[in-house]
Design a protein around this ligand. Structure first.
Ligand SMILES: [Zn+2]
Length: 76
């Protein structure tokens, strides 16, 4: 197997470029992490069955999915 001079130079060059690309991607995601969409769900705790649940609707009371009792929001 014979290796030409251009192949001898190309392989380390590609390796270094891949390393630079990996570093760039790492620091790019570190500086700007992907945002998790924060939903403004209200938290409810059922007064009957103690079930804690969320509701995305902007309503002061929501029905418990377990027992069906209406409960006020604990935290908005
Ligand atoms: Zn309940």
């Amino acid at each position: 197997m014979t290796v030409t001079l251009s192949q001898l130079l190309l392989i380390p060059l590609l390796g270094n470029l891949c390393g630079i690309l990996a570093c760039w991607l790492y620091y790019q995601f570190r500086a700007h992490p992907p945002r998790i969409m924060a939903h403004r769900n209200r938290i409810y705790r059922c007064q009957v069955c103690e079930h804690v649940y969320l509701d995305a609707r902007d309503v002061p009371v929501a029905r418990c999915p377990r027992c069906g009792v209406l409960n006020e929001a604990v935290r908005t």
